[in-house]
Design a protein around this ligand. Structure first.
Ligand code: PSU
Ligand code: MN
Length: 304
């Protein structure tokens, strides 16, 4: 095992016994949602994973240690710290470890640590991608590189249209990442079920998802797989409402000169503010929906 990694006793036991485990990220807690809803959600996501037959492993960096499996106190700490805790991407890990510092893991670092721990399935809300205007800013999330390099299945609700969804799909194709629609032929756009962009494959059951991932592993593919699971119909937002909020958030980010790692957290917080919390409720529901699918898929994967 990697000398910087701590796997919680419960997660370690499940992995040893070949039982299903689902990785969960922590930037969604610290930077993705406001306190205390973020902590409530993180606990509810863990509960949902358990109810669907798997063991949750929320991932973070605490005191310079890579953690797979957090205590409720550690989750509370990250949630309360919010945006003051470091948002840990791949380039930050060595510095955080060397300095004994804390970091909330993004999709990138959660995949990386999950893989070090031997966890194959990871549930989150939305992934990072190619930002609008990336032709000039070159702002492309490290999440896409990680999907190309690390063999973990990421279950999400698509990506928010704060991103350029078409360019994000192009980038994933270049990196060899299959984009799977769960019960849909269309890429979901996080708050809404449709984006107008097609996915590579439609899959309708957790067992078929598991079979695809097993084939990828059997082929020795080095990259991951992206499962996009549409938000349940009853929690989806009105497209016009969310589009208007996103446009406004993007305009404000550009006015304020927001750049680099601040961009995504700024836009996420602005959208919640502009929609008066409605988007936060949708966000919570879609994460729970993804946690359930990831748990069922991880369980199918254990049978293969
Ligand atoms: N998109 C969301 N919610 C999130 C994130 C993105 O809808 O919480 C977080 C995830 O942790 C993701 C990260 O990995 O932001 C991407 O940040 P960046 O765009 O700076 O790569
Ligand atoms: Mn970026």
């Amino acid at each position: 095992m990697n000398k910087y990694l701590d796997i919680s006793p419960e997660v370690a036991e499940a992995l040893r016994e070949g039982r299903s485990v689902v990785a969960l990220e922590s930037t969604i807690i610290s930077h993705g949602m406001p306190y205390p809803k973020n902590v409530e959600t993180a606990m509810l996501v863990e509960k949902t994973v358990r109810e669907h037959g798997a063991v949750p492993a929320t991932i973070a960096v605490i005191g310079g240690r890579l953690k797979a499996g957090l205590s409720p106190e550690e989750i509370e700490y990250l949630g309360k710290s919010g945006r003051s805790v470091a948002k840990a991407s791949r380039r930050d890990l060595a510095a955080l470890v060397a300095r004994g510092a804390d970091g909330a893991t993004t999709v990138t670092t959660t995949m990386l640590i999950a893989h070090l721990a031997g966890i194959k399935v990871f549930a989150t809300g939305g992934i990072g991608g190619v930002h609008r205007g990336a032709e000039t800013t070159m702002d492309i999330s490290a999440d896409l590189e990680e999907l190309g390099n690390t063999p973990v299945m990421v279950v999400c609700a698509g990506a928010k249209s704060i991103l350029d969804l078409g360019l994000t799909l192009e980038y994933l194709e270049t990196k060899g990442v299959p984009v799977i629609g769960y019960g849909t032929d269309e890429l979901p756009a996080f708050y809404t079920r449709r984006s107008g962009f097609g996915v590579d494959y439609r899959v309708d059951s957790p067992s078929e998802l598991a079979a695809m991932f097993a084939a990828s592993q059997g082929l020795g593919m080095k990259g991951g797989m992206l499962v996009t699971n549409p938000i349940p119909e009853q929690y989806a937002m009105d497209k016009a409402v969310i589009d208007a909020a996103i446009e406004k958030a993007l305009a404000e980010a550009s006015e304020k000169g927001i750049k680099g790692k601040e961009t995504t957290p700024f836009l996420l917080a602005k959208v919640v503010e502009l929609t008066g919390g409605d988007s936060l409720e949708s966000n919570i529901k879609l994460v729970l929906n993804n946690a359930a699918l990831a748990a069922e898929t991880a369980s199918e994967l254990c049978k293969l």
